[in-house]
Design a protein around this ligand. Structure first.
Ligand SMILES: C[S@@+](CC[C@H](N)C(=O)[O-])C[C@H]1O[C@@H](n2cnc3c(N)ncnc32)[C@H](O)[C@@H]1O
Length: 154
């Protein structure tokens, strides 16, 4: 067992899960703030130098888990570890956000998909090292290709 203490909370425009864009082609443009607790503020030093951050957070408003389920991006079931489902054995969320600026212990960001008040567990600089030609998107890539083919045939 592990015990974690939030380093802060997300301030987002979303108060309900139905407000967060979902499904294939959903874009996350919502802006808000990562409000870091005063005792962790020193840990933000130099963060403005990064364009994007990984935010690791807790799905504090999801209950239980489902090992297989149909995600909103497809009509077929997939294993929880090949999806971004909020209903997972350890309710950990991971989002990449763009840094807009920082005022003290508040980091302004774009690209939120979390609810207002979501506990933040950690922040790390985003550094992508996977060349696009080596990236495989599994069922998600296939679902996107099917959607594109359907749109073309209409
Ligand atoms: C599909 S998950 C993906 C989250 C993250 N990007 C990831 O990959 O781990 C995003 C959804 O989680 C739900 N959600 C956001 N914040 C939540 C919270 N604090 N507790 C429970 N569900 C939440 C919303 O319905 C949102 O559409």
């Amino acid at each position: 067992m592990f015990t974690m203490t939030p380093i802060g909370f997300v301030r987002s425009p979303y108060s309900d899960t139905t407000q967060v864009p979902k499904g294939v082609g959903a874009r996350h443009e919502a802006e808000g703030t990562l409000e870091i607790a005063p005792e962790f503020e020193a840990g933000l030093k130099d963060i403005e130098g990064f364009s994007h951050l990984f935010v690791i957070w807790c799905f504090d408003r999801s209950e239980g888990y489902e090992l297989e389920g149909v995600p909103p991006t497809d009509d077929r079931p997939h294993g929880v570890f090949s999806t971004r489902s909020p209903r997972r054995p350890n309710p950990i969320g991971l989002s990449v956000v763009e840094v807009l600026g920082r005022e003290g212990r508040n980091v302004r960001v774009r690209g939120l998909d979390m609810l207002d008040g979501t506990p933040i567990l950690d922040i790390k600089p985003y550094m992508s090292s996977v060349p696009p030609e080596k990236l495989r998107l599994g069922w998600f890539g296939e679902a996107e290709a099917r959607r594109a083919a359907e749109a073309k045939s209409k």
